[in-house]
Write a protein that binds this ligand. Structure first.
Ligand SMILES: Cc1cc2nc3c(=O)[nH]c(=O)nc-3n(C[C@H](O)[C@H](O)[C@H](O)COP(=O)(O)OP(=O)(O)OC[C@H]3O[C@@H](n4cnc5c(N)ncnc54)[C@H](O)[C@@H]3O)c2cc1C
Length: 435
């Protein structure tokens, strides 16, 4: 018998559990731990609430969770409630699938001003992550700046733009919907250090900006390279750049008709956040030029008004005591998923915050191949029986998958008309809902 602990129940955690169950069948016991009483990581707390079809991937994880040899152990933070050493004594392999939950910092003057918010916090707020539910961003101003040109920036700009009616069918939490209803935004400026050919935005997400009820996207024609240059781009990026060309062709009169303009400011590197009374008021930006694919400052600066700033520039993993960490890369120090004997990592905790949900699947299968090479038939550790004893000694209140199903039922029962669920946004309410 092999005993495997997976720390984190997001996509990487569940693909890894799936791979272990497939490889070893009844000869493995897998425990999937999570700090939260609810599973699925960023599928619940990251993926946009108006992208419900993407969230359906959790049905695949549920299949794995419901198999006899895999169990969910929620409401347990590894590194606090139990140590890595505790788990290593009990399990043949401990695999970190803890994601990258912290915002990267720009390290700029004024970053600590009020209403300068990282995307982990802002996205967590509208998705009801207990850690960020009380964020209360101030949306009363007219100007928002979103820093970064990836899909998270697009999610944020779109969510800031939508009307209440456009959130029909989504599971945006009520506190965010109420706050967004009262927003007075007129401009959302998306800032990118480089140019249209260097965006990390995919066509589907970019295309959605064309269909917003009260907002229209704006690109300056002069920022676009000659059309013939698009031929060298890979097909996805070429499609995205074509969409930017479509945005540039939108007549000025259309922008006059929609209350919100979503402007793309390319070749623009934020230098500092400027404030008034502790709250952000503007972003100072330096114009850049591209040399060998890199943004280089030109010395020319200007200011953009900003009543709220959301930085969408990437994430870092959380170090855990006893586990080597690569500070520069912001993830566990690992060699293709191996950290130390018996310790592994997978998903964003291994690779950093790149790729789609599906990218975590081959990662999960690959780490199980490594574990199989290393642990053979297992070494008679005590696995989940030993963990249950430890949990009892420590008075841990474990949330099981059956408990989660009750929480899920209660969330579905509390949903607004047309919405799949009204999420509980604090841990106490989640735990109370299991009955
Ligand atoms: C805003 C946003 C939107 C996205 N939208 C899309 C999209 O539309 N389509 C797409 O394909 N991809 C999307 N992604 C990417 C996708 O979410 C990631 O690829 C994926 O979630 C990474 O999986 P993971 O399992 O490594 O990490 P996560 O999903 O972050 O899961 C990590 C889990 O570990 C738990 N955990 C952390 N520390 C501990 C600990 N010490 N003890 C116990 N548990 C712990 C966390 O609670 C969490 O549940 C999006 C990402 C973000 C940030």
């Amino acid at each position: 018998m092999r005993h495997i602990a997976i720390v984190g129940s997001g996509p990487a955690g569940y693909y890894t559990a799936e791979a272990a169950a497939k490889l070893w069948g009844d000869d493995v016991r897998v425990d999937v731990f999570d700090t939260l009483p609810v599973p699925y990581g960023l599928i619940r707390t990251g993926v946009a609430p108006d992208h419900q079809s993407i969230k359906k991937v959790s049905m695949r994880y549920e299949k794995t969770a419901l198999t006899d040899n895999v169990r969910f152990v929620g409401n347990v933070e590894v590194g606090k409630d139990v140590s890595v050493g505790d788990l290593q004594e009990l399990y043949d392999a401990v695999i970190f699938a803890t994601g990258a939950p912290h915002d990267r910092q720009l390290g700029l003057e004024g970053e600590d001003l009020g209403n300068v918010i990282g995307s982990a916090a802002f996205v967590g707020w509208y998705n009801g992550h207990p850690q960020f539910a009380s964020l209360a961003p101030d949306l009363s101003g007219r100007h928002a700046v979103v820093v970064g040109m990836g899909n998270v920036a697009l999610d944020v700009a779109r969510i800031l733009s939508k009307t209440e009616a456009e959130f029909a069918g989504s599971d945006i939490v009520s506190h965010a919907l109420d706050a967004l209803k009262g927003s007075n935004l007129e401009t959302i400026t998306i800032l990118g250090r480089r140019g249209p050919h260097q965006i990390m935005m995919t066509p589907k997400e970019l295309g959605e900006l064309m269909h917003l009820e009260r907002a229209s996207p704006q690109v300056e024609k002069d920022d676009l390279p000659p059309e013939g240059d698009d031929a060298i781009l890979e097909p996805g990026l070429r499609k995205s750049v074509t969409l930017l060309r479509d945005f540039a062709a939108i007549p000025e009169s259309i922008h006059g008709e929609t209350p919100i303009t979503i402007g793309f400011d390319f070749f623009a590197n934020p230098n500092a956040f400027l404030g008034d009374d502790g709250k952000v008021k503007a972003v100072e930006v330096e114009r850049t030029t591209i040399e060998k694919g890199r943004a280089v400052g030109t010395g020319e600066t200007y200011q953009i008004p900003a009543d709220i700033v959301i930085t969408c520039i990437g994430y870092r993993s959380s170090p855990i005591e006893g586990v080597p960490f690569d500070e520069r890369a912001g993830r566990f120090a690992n060699d293709e998923g191996r950290i130390l004997p018996g310790l592994y990592c997978v998903g964003w905790a291994k690779r950093g915050p790149t790729g789609t949900i599906g990218t975590n699947r081959p990662d999960g299968y690959a780490v199980i191949d490594l574990v199989a090479e290393d642990i053979g038939n297992g070494s008679r550790k005590r696995g989940r029986d030993g963990f249950d004893e430890l949990a009892e000694q420590r008075g841990l209140d474990i949330v099981t998958f059956r408990d989660w199903q009750k929480i899920e039922e209660a969330e579905a029962a509390a949903a607004r008309d047309g919405s799949p669920r009204e999420k509980f946004v604090d841990i106490e309410s989640m735990i109370a809902a299991r009955g």
